[in-house]
Write a protein that binds this ligand. Structure first.
Ligand code: ZN
Length: 145
């Protein structure tokens, strides 16, 4: 396996972010510069799939403890694991510093507060515990995602 290391990138809205190992889960995404509240940070891209296809894929992904399919509406999802941007590595938190916004079938991750350089970016996946996985946003969180 190739050595995996932190990677800095500029997003389509020119925000500098870093992907690196997270204390929450797997890879995480961090601010490489201060980000202003409400700034569009990055688009959550990935293959657009039907709800039935997303169900099939999520069943597979969840066995590995992963969630990749973002709900656009009742009929359509975006699978960040297929052709997705670095946004797919942003972890869930029950009290995150970002939020998601769906415009038509595009998903944007935006800052919900002023974010200092070095902070891990997180947002609420709003999965309502569907995946049955314990939330690790902080050590005493008892929520399921
Ligand atoms: Zn939590």
């Amino acid at each position: 396996m190739a050595k995996r290391r932190a990677r800095v990138e500029g997003t389509e809205t020119d925000v500098r972010i870093i992907r690196k190992k997270s204390r929450i889960s797997g890879w995480g995404v961090y601010a490489s510069e201060p980000i202003n509240k409400n700034k569009r940070i990055i688009q959550y891209t990935g293959e657009k799939v039907s709800s039935a296809e997303a169900d099939r894929r999520e069943t597979k992904y969840q066995k590995k403890g992963q969630i990749w399919c973002f709900t656009l509406n009742r009929a359509w999802y975006r699978d960040g694991n297929v052709g997705g941007s670095t946004a797919r590595f942003i972890n869930h938190s029950c009290n995150g510093n970002c939020y998601s916004e769906v415009i038509d079938h595009d998903v944007w991750i935006r800052a919900s507060k002023n974010i200092p350089k070095g902070a891990e970016l997180t947002y609420d996946y709003n999965t309502e515990g569907e995946a049955g996985m314990r939330c690790r946003c902080h050590p005493t969180c008892t929520n399921k995602i």
